[in-house]
Design a protein around this ligand. Structure first.
Ligand code: ATP
Length: 235
């Protein structure tokens, strides 16, 4: 199977802080791949490098065979990135926001898809400033997925959401990969990772300590869930 992402010996330093200490992993086209790890492990740094927003210090990162250091414009055309702390324009309605984004593209089916993914019903017509955190996050997930990117990079897609809204977004993501989009996400929620991800990489202190399917990792550590894998692998 084709690789959507190839990360090889990636090092990222911020001044004296070495946030990534030579990590390597591949994401196959069409899979949902999860990066999990404690606070400060290097998840957001990895996602921002793969999204071409941050330069590598050394090592190589390829997205569909394009090197992020050499072909950022080409890569930006085929990916979407949802930052952890993203916001939408508060003075626009949800509908207006999606229309604004869709205006950058020529694909006319995109908006319809965006409304479907957002699942905001009539509230799509209300101003974003009146939305709850969960509604805004759904709108932003819709923004990231509606253009049917070859690769969607979602930094904690369900961050700050309640159980019902998280489940809604997980189902949207799971459904969406059927149309061929590869998903790379980060999460602190072990249930989410287990439900969603075909494979996961466990990252701790800038290093990858485990990679595999949730099932493989549970068997390896002889435990019942990913939370236990996590706790065993990082100590
Ligand atoms: P969290 O789960 O808390 O969001 P994370 O796994 O996404 O954490 P990163 O945000 O990638 O972790 O941070 C990795 C390391 O790099 C941390 O030590 C962090 O303090 C450091 N770091 C991140 N961004 C910067 C920056 N702009 N300048 C200096 N250090 C940074």
């Amino acid at each position: 199977m084709e690789n959507a992402i190839e990360v090889t010996s990636l090092i990222k330093s911020y001044g004296k802080i070495e946030a990534l200490k030579g990590i390597s992993f591949n994401v196959r086209a069409g899979e949902i791949f999860g990066l999990i790890g404690p606070n400060g492990a290097g998840k957001t740094t990895s996602l921002r490098i793969i999204s071409t927003l941050l330069q590598v210090t050394s090592g190589s990162v390829k997205v569909f065979d394009c090197d992020v250091s050499k072909k950022a414009p080409e890569i930006r055309k085929i990916i979407s990135y949802l930052p952890e702390e993203a916001g939408a324009y508060k003075n626009l309605s949800g509908k207006g926001y999606l229309e604004f984004i869709a205006g950058f593209y020529s694909d006319k089916t995109m908006l319809k898809k965006g409304f479907e993914i957002a699942q905001l019903g009539d509230r799509i017509k209300d101003k974003v400033s009146t939305y709850s955190k969960g509604m805004t996050r759904k709108l932003l997930v819709a923004r990231a997925l509606m253009m049917s990117p070859k690769l969607a990079i979602l930094d904690e897609p369900t961050s700050g959401l309640d159980v019902i809204n998280s489940k809604g977004i997980r189902e949207i993501i799971k459904d969406f990969v059927k149309s061929g989009t590869t998903i790379l996400l980060s999460s602190h929620n072990m249930l989410e990772v287990e439900f969603l991800c075909d494979r996961i990489a466990l990252i701790n202190n800038g290093m990858i300590v485990e990679t595999g399917t949730p099932q493989e990792l549970k068997i390896k550590h002889n435990v019942n869930n990913i939370e236990e894998v996590f706790l065993k692998a990082i100590v």
